[in-house]
Design a protein around this ligand. Structure first.
Ligand SMILES: [Zn+2]
Length: 259
Protein backbone atom coordinates (compact mmCIF):
# COMPACT_ATOMS: atom_id res chain seq x y z
CA UNK A 1 0.00 0.00 0.00
CA UNK A 2 1.02 3.57 0.47
CA UNK A 3 3.68 4.84 2.72
CA UNK A 4 4.13 8.47 2.11
CA UNK A 5 4.75 11.89 3.33
CA UNK A 6 5.34 11.10 6.97
CA UNK A 7 7.48 8.08 6.20
CA UNK A 8 9.46 10.22 3.79
CA UNK A 9 9.80 12.86 6.49
CA UNK A 10 11.16 10.16 8.75
CA UNK A 11 13.74 9.11 6.19
CA UNK A 12 14.74 12.72 5.58
CA UNK A 13 15.02 13.40 9.30
CA UNK A 14 17.00 10.22 9.79
CA UNK A 15 19.36 11.29 7.01
CA UNK A 16 19.76 14.71 8.59
CA UNK A 17 20.52 13.22 11.98
CA UNK A 18 22.99 10.75 10.55
CA UNK A 19 24.71 13.52 8.64
CA UNK A 20 24.89 15.58 11.78
CA UNK A 21 26.69 12.79 13.56
CA UNK A 22 23.90 11.42 15.73
CA UNK A 23 23.25 7.71 16.00
CA UNK A 24 19.82 6.59 14.88
CA UNK A 25 19.14 2.96 15.61
CA UNK A 26 15.37 2.72 15.61
CA UNK A 27 12.94 1.80 12.86
CA UNK A 28 12.16 4.83 10.71
CA UNK A 29 8.42 4.39 10.99
CA UNK A 30 8.23 4.74 14.77
CA UNK A 31 8.16 8.08 16.46
CA UNK A 32 7.93 10.06 19.61
CA UNK A 33 5.53 12.83 20.31
CA UNK A 34 5.67 15.71 22.68
CA UNK A 35 2.46 17.41 23.71
CA UNK A 36 0.82 18.80 20.59
CA UNK A 37 3.88 18.75 18.37
CA UNK A 38 3.75 16.69 15.20
CA UNK A 39 5.36 13.27 15.42
CA UNK A 40 9.13 13.16 15.25
CA UNK A 41 10.84 10.20 13.69
CA UNK A 42 13.79 10.14 16.00
CA UNK A 43 13.50 7.26 18.40
CA UNK A 44 11.18 4.56 19.59
CA UNK A 45 9.33 4.92 22.86
CA UNK A 46 9.46 2.28 25.59
CA UNK A 47 6.16 0.88 26.79
CA UNK A 48 6.61 2.71 30.10
CA UNK A 49 6.13 6.01 28.27
CA UNK A 50 2.88 4.93 26.65
CA UNK A 51 -0.70 4.61 27.79
CA UNK A 52 -2.21 1.19 27.22
CA UNK A 53 -5.94 0.77 27.04
CA UNK A 54 -7.96 -2.36 26.36
CA UNK A 55 -11.34 -2.35 24.64
CA UNK A 56 -13.40 -5.41 25.44
CA UNK A 57 -16.23 -6.62 23.23
CA UNK A 58 -18.69 -8.49 25.40
CA UNK A 59 -20.88 -11.29 24.24
CA UNK A 60 -24.40 -10.46 23.02
CA UNK A 61 -26.77 -10.05 25.96
CA UNK A 62 -24.01 -9.75 28.52
CA UNK A 63 -24.55 -6.03 29.05
CA UNK A 64 -28.12 -6.64 30.21
CA UNK A 65 -26.80 -8.23 33.38
CA UNK A 66 -24.88 -5.11 34.34
CA UNK A 67 -26.27 -3.36 37.42
CA UNK A 68 -27.38 0.23 36.91
CA UNK A 69 -29.62 1.62 39.62
CA UNK A 70 -30.23 4.92 37.83
CA UNK A 71 -30.03 6.97 41.02
CA UNK A 72 -27.82 9.62 39.40
CA UNK A 73 -24.74 8.55 41.36
CA UNK A 74 -22.06 6.24 40.00
CA UNK A 75 -22.02 3.42 42.52
CA UNK A 76 -19.11 1.08 43.24
CA UNK A 77 -20.71 -1.74 41.23
CA UNK A 78 -21.68 0.44 38.30
CA UNK A 79 -19.45 0.57 35.26
CA UNK A 80 -19.00 3.66 33.11
CA UNK A 81 -19.38 1.61 29.95
CA UNK A 82 -22.84 0.47 30.90
CA UNK A 83 -24.45 2.93 33.31
CA UNK A 84 -25.55 6.44 32.43
CA UNK A 85 -24.84 7.50 36.02
CA UNK A 86 -21.13 7.04 35.38
CA UNK A 87 -18.88 9.16 33.22
CA UNK A 88 -15.74 8.06 31.48
CA UNK A 89 -12.72 7.68 33.76
CA UNK A 90 -9.84 10.09 33.66
CA UNK A 91 -11.96 13.20 33.53
CA UNK A 92 -12.30 12.95 29.79
CA UNK A 93 -15.08 14.74 28.04
CA UNK A 94 -18.40 13.01 27.69
CA UNK A 95 -19.55 11.46 24.46
CA UNK A 96 -20.01 13.99 21.65
CA UNK A 97 -23.47 14.53 20.27
CA UNK A 98 -22.65 12.77 17.01
CA UNK A 99 -22.14 8.99 17.02
CA UNK A 100 -18.37 8.91 17.31
CA UNK A 101 -15.82 8.96 20.08
CA UNK A 102 -12.06 8.67 20.39
CA UNK A 103 -9.50 6.74 22.42
CA UNK A 104 -8.74 9.82 24.51
CA UNK A 105 -9.26 13.56 24.56
CA UNK A 106 -6.03 14.14 22.65
CA UNK A 107 -7.52 12.21 19.70
CA UNK A 108 -4.57 9.87 19.19
CA UNK A 109 -4.28 8.46 15.66
CA UNK A 110 -1.75 6.87 13.35
CA UNK A 111 0.74 9.40 12.08
CA UNK A 112 2.81 6.82 10.24
CA UNK A 113 1.85 3.58 8.53
CA UNK A 114 2.55 0.13 9.92
CA UNK A 115 1.60 -3.30 8.64
CA UNK A 116 -0.59 -5.67 10.63
CA UNK A 117 0.04 -9.37 11.16
CA UNK A 118 -2.75 -11.94 11.04
CA UNK A 119 -2.09 -15.34 12.55
CA UNK A 120 -4.91 -17.22 10.84
CA UNK A 121 -5.83 -17.14 7.15
CA UNK A 122 -9.53 -16.74 7.99
CA UNK A 123 -8.68 -13.30 9.36
CA UNK A 124 -7.07 -12.10 6.14
CA UNK A 125 -10.17 -11.15 4.14
CA UNK A 126 -12.17 -9.60 7.02
CA UNK A 127 -9.12 -7.55 8.01
CA UNK A 128 -8.55 -6.42 4.45
CA UNK A 129 -12.22 -5.43 4.14
CA UNK A 130 -12.14 -3.52 7.42
CA UNK A 131 -9.03 -1.64 6.35
CA UNK A 132 -10.62 -0.79 2.99
CA UNK A 133 -13.82 0.39 4.64
CA UNK A 134 -12.13 2.71 7.12
CA UNK A 135 -9.56 4.02 4.66
CA UNK A 136 -12.23 4.46 1.98
CA UNK A 137 -13.94 7.07 4.14
CA UNK A 138 -10.88 9.29 4.39
CA UNK A 139 -8.02 10.57 2.28
CA UNK A 140 -5.50 9.57 4.92
CA UNK A 141 -3.50 6.39 5.23
CA UNK A 142 -4.25 4.53 8.41
CA UNK A 143 -3.11 0.94 8.08
CA UNK A 144 -0.39 -0.81 6.15
CA UNK A 145 -0.57 -4.22 4.56
CA UNK A 146 -1.74 -7.49 6.03
CA UNK A 147 1.07 -9.98 6.59
CA UNK A 148 0.68 -13.65 7.49
CA UNK A 149 2.66 -14.03 10.71
CA UNK A 150 1.78 -15.03 14.27
CA UNK A 151 2.44 -12.58 17.06
CA UNK A 152 1.18 -12.53 20.66
CA UNK A 153 -1.79 -10.43 21.74
CA UNK A 154 -1.21 -7.73 24.34
CA UNK A 155 2.56 -7.60 24.04
CA UNK A 156 4.18 -4.32 23.04
CA UNK A 157 6.54 -5.64 20.39
CA UNK A 158 6.17 -3.29 17.38
CA UNK A 159 3.85 -5.82 15.74
CA UNK A 160 0.15 -5.08 15.29
CA UNK A 161 -1.17 -8.57 15.91
CA UNK A 162 -4.52 -9.89 14.62
CA UNK A 163 -5.24 -13.29 16.11
CA UNK A 164 -7.59 -15.78 17.69
CA UNK A 165 -7.10 -16.55 21.36
CA UNK A 166 -8.85 -17.14 24.65
CA UNK A 167 -9.26 -14.12 26.91
CA UNK A 168 -9.78 -15.12 30.53
CA UNK A 169 -13.25 -13.55 30.79
CA UNK A 170 -15.73 -16.03 29.25
CA UNK A 171 -18.06 -13.21 28.20
CA UNK A 172 -15.54 -11.63 25.86
CA UNK A 173 -15.84 -12.09 22.11
CA UNK A 174 -13.01 -9.77 21.08
CA UNK A 175 -10.48 -7.53 22.72
CA UNK A 176 -8.22 -4.79 21.38
CA UNK A 177 -5.17 -3.43 23.23
CA UNK A 178 -3.82 -0.06 22.10
CA UNK A 179 -0.68 1.80 23.11
CA UNK A 180 -0.68 5.54 22.55
CA UNK A 181 0.81 8.78 23.74
CA UNK A 182 -0.42 12.27 23.02
CA UNK A 183 -1.60 12.37 19.42
CA UNK A 184 0.17 9.18 18.36
CA UNK A 185 -0.89 5.55 18.36
CA UNK A 186 2.11 3.22 18.57
CA UNK A 187 0.62 -0.25 18.40
CA UNK A 188 -2.57 -2.26 18.57
CA UNK A 189 -3.23 -5.95 19.10
CA UNK A 190 -6.62 -7.48 18.29
CA UNK A 191 -7.79 -10.88 19.51
CA UNK A 192 -11.00 -12.71 18.63
CA UNK A 193 -12.02 -15.12 21.34
CA UNK A 194 -12.12 -18.80 20.56
CA UNK A 195 -15.08 -19.14 22.96
CA UNK A 196 -17.13 -17.44 20.22
CA UNK A 197 -15.22 -17.92 16.96
CA UNK A 198 -15.80 -19.61 14.67
CA UNK A 199 -19.43 -18.74 15.26
CA UNK A 200 -22.61 -19.05 13.28
CA UNK A 201 -24.32 -16.27 15.23
CA UNK A 202 -21.70 -13.56 15.68
CA UNK A 203 -20.64 -11.94 12.45
CA UNK A 204 -16.85 -11.95 12.29
CA UNK A 205 -16.54 -9.18 9.63
CA UNK A 206 -18.70 -6.90 11.79
CA UNK A 207 -16.52 -7.49 14.83
CA UNK A 208 -13.34 -7.09 12.78
CA UNK A 209 -14.54 -3.74 11.43
CA UNK A 210 -15.34 -2.61 14.98
CA UNK A 211 -11.95 -3.62 16.36
CA UNK A 212 -10.09 -1.96 13.48
CA UNK A 213 -12.08 1.16 14.32
CA UNK A 214 -10.41 1.07 17.74
CA UNK A 215 -7.06 0.45 16.04
CA UNK A 216 -7.62 3.62 13.98
CA UNK A 217 -8.37 5.67 17.09
CA UNK A 218 -12.13 5.42 17.63
CA UNK A 219 -13.84 4.61 20.92
CA UNK A 220 -16.96 2.65 21.80
CA UNK A 221 -20.44 4.18 21.66
CA UNK A 222 -23.07 3.41 24.29
CA UNK A 223 -25.84 5.86 23.46
CA UNK A 224 -28.73 3.78 22.05
CA UNK A 225 -29.27 6.35 19.29
CA UNK A 226 -25.96 5.08 17.85
CA UNK A 227 -27.11 1.47 17.63
CA UNK A 228 -26.67 1.29 13.84
CA UNK A 229 -23.05 2.43 14.03
CA UNK A 230 -20.40 -0.27 13.86
CA UNK A 231 -18.63 1.32 16.87
CA UNK A 232 -21.71 0.81 19.06
CA UNK A 233 -20.57 -1.01 22.17
CA UNK A 234 -23.21 -3.72 22.16
CA UNK A 235 -23.69 -6.44 19.59
CA UNK A 236 -26.64 -8.69 18.94
CA UNK A 237 -26.54 -12.16 17.52
CA UNK A 238 -26.81 -12.30 13.74
CA UNK A 239 -26.29 -8.53 13.54
CA UNK A 240 -24.30 -7.41 10.50
CA UNK A 241 -22.76 -3.93 10.34
CA UNK A 242 -20.09 -3.87 7.68
CA UNK A 243 -20.60 -0.37 6.31
CA UNK A 244 -20.01 2.95 8.02
CA UNK A 245 -22.91 5.14 8.99
CA UNK A 246 -22.64 8.91 9.38
CA UNK A 247 -21.08 8.64 12.83
CA UNK A 248 -18.31 6.30 11.78
CA UNK A 249 -17.56 8.38 8.71
CA UNK A 250 -17.52 11.62 10.70
CA UNK A 251 -15.30 10.08 13.37
CA UNK A 252 -12.68 8.70 11.00
CA UNK A 253 -12.69 11.94 8.98
CA UNK A 254 -12.14 13.95 12.15
CA UNK A 255 -8.95 11.95 12.69
CA UNK A 256 -7.70 11.49 9.12
CA UNK A 257 -9.45 14.02 6.92
CA UNK A 258 -12.24 13.82 4.39
CA UNK A 259 -12.11 11.43 1.48
ZN1 LIG B 1 -15.28 -1.74 21.19
Amino acid sequence: MKRKTLALMGIVMTAILVLSGMVVASPPNRGTDTANAPPEFVEDLPESKLTKIVFIRYAPGFQKERPCDGDGVCGPDEKWQFCSDCSKPGGEEEKPTACYDFLAGSKPRWNWVEDYYYSDSTLENPSDSAVSTWEGATSGDIFGNGVSESNPWGVYDNKNAISFGNYEDPNVIAVTAIWFRGKNIYEYDIMFDTDYFPSSHIDLPTVVLHEFGHAAGLGDLYDPVCVDNVMYGYLSEDEVKTTLRDGGTAGIQTLYGEA
